[in-house]
Write a protein that binds this ligand. Structure first.
Ligand code: SF4
Ligand code: F3S
Length: 115
């Protein structure tokens, strides 16, 4: 079992999550983070830390959604740098909470800077 980051993170990228993960399994894209599902120990500590409610247990998803988001998180975790310390979010991060269709319209494949 794992937790995943979903599209609600896109352009919010608050980064509160990376500070609490005991196994440092977050990876940074240009405008969102993902969790490496093979490294996550399913502790659940990060979920309540996200102001955008972008972190979900796979057990909270349908099988189809879980497959999609686990594969998405793994794919980008293998290509983006590890991130373990939060930086300040973008000034407009709050304004992006709840915006629909983020995956289709705003997702960036570019890596973040990591640490
Ligand atoms: Fe890290 Fe635990 Fe969140 Fe998995 S559930 S990403 S191990 S804090
Ligand atoms: Fe994204 Fe939430 Fe972390 S917005 S960066 S999953 S705190």
């Amino acid at each position: 079992m794992t937790y995943v980051v979903d599209e609600k993170c896109i352009k919010c990228k608050h980064m509160d999550c990376v500070e609490v993960c005991p196994v440092d399994c977050f990876y940074e894209g240009e405008n969102m983070l993902v969790i490496h599902p093979d490294e996550c120990i399913d502790c659940g500590v990060c979920e309540p830390e996200c102001p955008a409610d972008a972190i979900l247990s796979e057990s909270a998803l349908t099988n189809e959604q879980a497959d999609m988001w686990i594969n998405f998180n793994r794919k980008w975790a293998e290509q983006w740098p590890n991130i373990t310390e939060a930086r300040p979010p973008a000034p407009d991060a709050k304004e992006w909470e709840g915006v629909p269709n983020k995956l289709e319209e705003y997702f960036s494949e570019e890596p973040g800077q990591g640490d």
